[in-house]
Design a binder for this molecule. Structure first.
Ligand code: URA
Length: 240
């Protein structure tokens, strides 16, 4: 059993506003707990597994937020965007309030699996190359992809800003111009620059999986969902 917390603290932890505001939500009859209207913000309860309804929105308590998101094209992974709307504009307000951050960014024109979390240690674990967690990118190339280019990607390419080469950990040719490439780092525009370095060009880019966690088939573009504990274990699987 988790440590009992007051309802006000629980609402605050989930991103429903300041503690004062959360308390007022209860007094305004805008909070249900497991289907029952709450009337006391100071009441203590075990937060694990609580199903809240706040201002009409259903919300399952999560101590930390681990989110899978299907990023559409033409959204930027930043709060201060330059040319396109932010991916954060597609998330509900409580997730923004509790400051979830992208676990590594995707370019505005890249689509696919994006993780978000408010757990700094998790973000670090998922992004550090030391953990050897693979990210699979499905590349549509401008030119047919040759075996020589694949060999070059696997043997390592040097990008202009860093003398240490970056490697594709795996390459699977899907058709003449489509390659699924696994990398463990997340350098700036890494996939596009790697393709350019071997003499090709990325025409479209989609991230399909991270670790052993693939994009859920029913998660439509622009939608998000909680990642459950079983899926968390899949995410943390390093490449052998
Ligand atoms: N590599 C890129 O070049 N772009 C992305 O969005 C992700 C990886």
């Amino acid at each position: 059993m988790a440590k009992p917390l007051t309802l006000e603290k629980i609402l605050f932890s989930q991103g429903f506003g300041t503690r004062r505001y959360c308390s007022d939500l209860v007094y305004a009859d805008l909070v249900e707990v497991n289907g029952v209207l709450a009337d006391d913000p100071e009441i203590k309860m075990d937060p694990e597994g609580l199903v809240l309804r706040v201002e009409g929105m259903d919300w399952v308590y999560h101590e930390k937020a681990y989110i899978a998101f299907n990023k559409p094209a033409n959204y930027e992974c930043s709060h201060k965007t330059k040319h396109h709307p932010s991916v954060y504009s597609l998330l509900p307000r409580p997730l923004i309030e509790r400051a979830v951050q992208c676990v590594g960014r995707l370019d505005q024109d890249t689509t696919g699996l994006l993780l978000l979390s408010d757990d700094g240690q998790f973000i670090h674990r998922m992004t550090t190359p030391k953990k050897n967690i693979g990210k699979v990118y499905e590349i549509t190339a401008a030119e047919p992809i040759t075996q020589k280019q694949i060999d070059h990607l696997l043997n390592g390419v040097v990008l202009d800003d860093d003398p240490s080469p970056c490697f594709a950990k795996a390459c699977v040719l899907m058709d003449e111009r489509r390659l699924a490439m696994t990398i463990v780092e997340g350098r700036y525009h890494q996939v596009k620059r790697m393709l350019a370095a071997v003499g090709n060009h990325v025409a479209a880019l989609h991230r399909s999986s991270i670790g052993n966690y693939g994009m859920p088939a029913d998660l439509k573009e622009g939608q998000w969902r909680w990642i459950d504990p079983h899926e968390m274990a899949l995410l943390a699987q390093p490449i052998e």
